[in-house]
Design a protein around this ligand. Structure first.
Ligand SMILES: [Zn+2]
Length: 62
């Protein structure tokens, strides 16, 4: 099942972040720094995994 990210064009949602876990196959692209941070904290709290968040800029999308 694909979890589609809502396309929200509000200012807070313009930044896109790549969330990747080093301890399991969890990986997702999240729009909005606050949301991305929440997802990171949630996965870390839930699993104790080493989760990393990297900002994706327009130039790195290719
Ligand atoms: Zn994980």
């Amino acid at each position: 099942m694909t979890h589609a990210v809502d396309t929200n064009t509000s200012e807070e949602q313009r930044s896109v972040y790549h969330l990747v876990c080093h301890d399991c196959p969890t990986e997702s692209v999240i729009a909005g720094e606050r949301v991305a941070q929440e997802q990171l904290e949630a996965h870390r709290a839930e699993t104790g995994h080493n989760v990393e968040l990297a900002p994706i800029t327009a130039v790195e999308l290719e």
